[in-house]
Design a binder for this molecule. Structure first.
Ligand code: ADP
Ligand code: MG
Length: 471
C-alpha cells in the first residue's frame, strides 16, 4: 500500500491560556474567604490575604496583590460549558486533520479534574469535546469516511500505564518518524459514539491512582492523557487521502510541592515524582515562554528545554502540545481561598509565562492510500485520455493543414485544366487555320476553274459567232 506524505502549510499559533477559578467549597467557606476578583472576563486580581494591610500599604505597593491578564478568565459562577465555548474552535479543527491539546494545570484541589471530566450536571471539557467531534462527524455533508479511536494513559511515579487495560504493565515511549512520540503497546480502541468513549473514560478513571489528601478526598496522584484520533478518509476520482487529527485532553496531578501535599511515606514519594514531572513541565513552559519572549523563532536542539523534555515522560508526551504541531489550550485552575494564595500566584505565574509559547500548526494530510485495482483504473482512464487527446490533436492538425493542400491542389488542377484547355484551343486554332488554308486553296482552285470555264465559254461563243457569220 503506497503512502505519500503530502506537503502542508504551517501556521504559527500562540498558546490559548484561560484561567478558571472554582467556588469556595463548604469547608473553605467556614474557615476562609475569597481573594479572587475577575474583571472583563480577561483580568484577574489576587488580593493580599493579609487583611491588616491598609489603604496606604496598597497605594505604596507594599501589598502582595497581583494582577494578570489572560485570553479568558472564568469566575466561580461560570460553568464548564462557559469555559468550553472558548475552547470549541480549537476542538473543531481535529476533524480537519489538525492536532489539539487541552491541559488543566493547577494545585491539588484547584478543580482540574472537575474542569476536564466534570459532573453529570456540569459535564467537563473531555465530555463536551467528544460530543462536538461526534456531532460534527454526524452532520458532515461530505462523503468522507471517519474513523475515531481513543487511548487513555496515566503517568504515575514516572511510569506509563494503560488505563484501558485491566492490569497494564509498564509502557515505553518511542520516537516514531511518522507520528512523533508514541507510547509503544498502548491500546487504541475504535469508537462509534461519545457515550462509548465516556464509558472507557469512566473505566480508566476508576483505575487511576488516587489518594485522599488534605486538599481533596480523591486526589489524582497521576497525570492522565486521553487521546482521541480522528482519521478522515477523503475520496476523489483516483486516490484516497487521509487527514489525521489528534486531540489530547490532559488532566494533570497537583502542581504543588511534595511537602505541601501534607502526606508522608509512599505518598511523599508519589508527590515528589508527580512534581518531578510537573516541575519539568513548568520548567518547560518557563524555558519556552522566556525563549520566545526574547523573539527567538524556534528552540534549538539540546538546549535547556530539550534536556527538561527528555528527562520527563510527561513532557515528552506533551512535546507536540508544548512546541510542536498542535493548537494548545492551557486551563489554569485556581482556588479562591485566601489560604491558597501561594498556590494561586504560582499557578498564575506559569500561566502568564505560557502565554508566550508558540506552536506550529499544520494539517496532518497524509497518507495516500491507493490499491493496485485503483492504479489499474488510473492507467485505464489515462489511456482513454491519451486516445482522446491524440484524436483531438489529429483533428486539429487536419484542420490546419488541409486548406493549404486544398488550395494548392485546386490551383494545380485548375492550372492543369487551364493548360489543357489552352492546348486544346491552340490545336483547334491550328486546325481552323489549316481548314481556312484548305478552303482558300479550294476557293482559288474553283476560281481558276471557273475562269477556265468562262474562258472556254467565251472561246466557244466567239467560235459560234464566227461560224454563224461565216455560214
Ligand atoms: P483537582 O483535580 O485539581 O485536584 P478537583 O477537580 O478534584 O481538583 O476539585 C476539588 C474539589 O473542588 C472537588 O470537590 C470538586 O467537586 C470541587 N470543584 C472544583 N471545581 C468546581 C466548580 N467549578 N464548581 C463546583 N465545585 C468544584
Ligand atoms: Mg484531579
Amino acid at each position: 500500500m503506497p503512502s505519500i506524505r503530502a506537503p502542508a502549510s504551517k501556521k504559527t499559533a500562540t498558546l490559548l491560556v484561560a484561567v478558571k477559578c472554582r467556588p469556595l467549597t463548604e469547608a473553605e467557606r467556614r474557615r476562609s474567604r475569597s481573594i479572587i476578583q475577575v474583571f472583563d472576563d480577561k483580568n484577574v486580581v489576587v488580593l493580599d490575604p493579609d487583611l491588616s494591610k491598609d489603604y496606604l500599604d496598597r497605594i505604596q505597593n507594599r501589598t502582595k496583590e497581583k494582577r494578570y491578564c489572560f485570553d479568558h478568565v472564568f469566575g466561580h459562577e461560570c460553568t464548564n460549558s462557559d469555559v468550553y465555548k472558548s475552547v470549541r474552535s480549537t476542538i473543531t479543527g481535529v476533524i480537519q486533520g489538525l492536532n489539539a491539546t487541552v491541559f488543566a494545570y493547577g494545585s491539588t484541589g484547584s478543580g482540574k479534574t472537575y474542569t476536564m471530566a466534570g459532573t453529570q450536571n456540569d459535564p467537563g471539557l473531555m465530555v463536551l469535546s467528544l460530543n462536538t467531534i461526534f456531532e460534527l462527524i454526524k452532520t458532515d455533508k461530505s462523503s468522507d469516511n471517519f474513523e475515531v479511536s481513543c487511548s487513555y494513559l496515566e503517568v504515575y511515579n514516572e511510569v506509563i500505564y494503560d488505563l484501558l487495560e485491566k492490569s497494564s504493565g509498564y509502557l515505553e515511549l518511542r520516537e516514531d518518524p511518522e507520528h512523533g512520540i508514541v507510547v509503544a503497546g498502548l491500546r487504541s480502541i475504535k469508537v462509534q459514539s461519545a457515550d462509548r468513549i465516556l464509558e472507557l473514560l469512566n473505566l480508566g478513571n476508576s483505575r487511576r491512582k488516587t489518594e485522599s489528601t488534605e486538599a481533596n478526598q480523591t486526589s489524582s496522584r497521576s497525570h492522565a492523557v486521553l487521546e482521541i484520533t480522528v482519521k478522515r478518509k477523503q475520496k476523489n476520482q483516483h486516490r484516497s487521502q487521509i487527514l489525521r487529527g489528534k486531540l489530547a485532553l490532559v488532566d494533570l496531578a497537583g502542581s504543588e510541592r511534595a511537602s505541601e501535599t501534607n502526606s508522608g511515606g509512599q505518598k511523599l514519594r508519589d508527590g515528589s515524582n508527580i512534581n518531578r514531572s510537573l516541575l519539568a513541565l513548568a520548567n518547560c513552559i518557563n524555558a519556552l515562554g522566556k525563549h520566545q519572549k526574547k523573539g527567538l523563532a524556534y528552540v534549538p536542539y539540546r538546549n535547556r528545554y530539550y534536556t527538561i523534555v527528555l528527562c520527563s515522560k510527561l513532557t515528552r508526551i506533551l512535546k507536540d502540545g508544548l512546541s510542536g504541531n498542535s493548537q494548545t489550550v492551557m486551563i489554569a485552575t485556581i482556588s479562591p481561598a485566601d489560604d491558597q494564595y501561594h498556590h494561586t500566584v504560582n499557578t498564575l505565574k506559569y500561566a502568564d509565562r505560557a502565554k508566550e509559547i508558540k506552536t506550529h500548526v499544520h494539517k496532518n494530510i497524509g497518507i495516500i492510500d491507493t490499491h493496485v485495482a485503483d492504479y489499474q483504473k488510473m492507467i485505464d482512464s489515462l489511456q482513454v485520455e491519451v486516445c482522446r487527446l491524440r484524436k483531438e490533436l489529429a483533428e486539429k492538425e487536419s484542420l490546419n493543414v488541409k486548406p493549404v493542400e486544398k488550395t494548392s491542389n485546386d490551383e494545380i488542377s485548375w492550372l492543369n485544366a487551364l493548360s489543357q484547355e489552352t492546348g486544346e484551343n491552340v490545336q483547334e486554332r491550328i486546325n481552323l487555320q489549316k481548314a481556312l488554308f484548305e478552303l482558300e486553296e479550294t476557293n482559288l482552285r474553283n476560281r481558276t476553274e471557273l475562269q477556265h470555264l468562262d474562258d472556254a465559254i467565251t472561246k466557244n461563243k466567239v467560235r459560234d459567232l464566227a461560224y454563224l457569220n461565216t455560214s
